[in-house]
Design a protein around this ligand. Structure first.
Ligand SMILES: [Zn+2]
Length: 167
């Protein structure tokens, strides 16, 4: 089978094309297409932990695997409860085990998310810090700067990957 991975936000927002619909990322079973924003990190329910965009891609690939296994069927109409079951199964089988292997934060359940954060690259994950406004904004140099900043916790970020010596 062929699996397409594309970044096309106009299609992501077309609710008729996809069963499993996210704001930035989605899997469309009719066209076997994953929509992925490589810079969209997922802020978890605590409002602090941010999951990497790569793990979000792993989640959508989990849906593609569910499609191959017949868990997701083309053209089927699912209830909200059934969609939630599909999502929770995806978390149990794919997203959470992959997150644990990589040492990333894992969602406790599908609803354990509170927003998106624009990342510098697809592999960063980490925590959001809130700057205390009192001293931050007394300094005019900070005016207009964001009150939140991201701390990357991926130890492999920025490490150059050595080319295979046999090439
Ligand atoms: Zn999903």
């Amino acid at each position: 089978m062929t699996l397409w991975i594309v970044k096309d936000e106009s299609r992501i927002h077309d609710k008729n094309t996809s069963l499993i619909l996210g704001v930035y990322d989605a899997y469309d079973e009719a066209t076997r297409t994953i929509f992925w924003d490589p810079y969209a990190g997922l802020i978890l329910g605590d409002g602090v932990s941010v999951m990497s965009a790569s793990l979000c891609l792993a989640h959508e690939m989990g849906h593609a695997a569910q499609h191959l296994d017949g868990v997701i069927v083309n053209g089927a109409k699912y209830t909200k409860k059934q969609i939630l079951e599909i999502e929770e199964s995806n978390l149990r089988m794919y997203e959470i085990p992959i997150a644990k292997e990589l040492g990333e934060f894992a969602r406790r359940n599908y609803g354990d998310a509170s927003g998106w954060y624009k990342m510098a690259n697809p592999i960063q994950w980490g925590v959001l810090h809130t700057v205390r406004p009192a001293w931050h904004y007394l300094n005019p140099f900070n005016w207009g700067k964001p009150s939140k900043y991201f701390e990357n916790l991926n130890p492999n970020n920025g490490v150059k990957i050595r080319p295979n010596p046999s090439f």
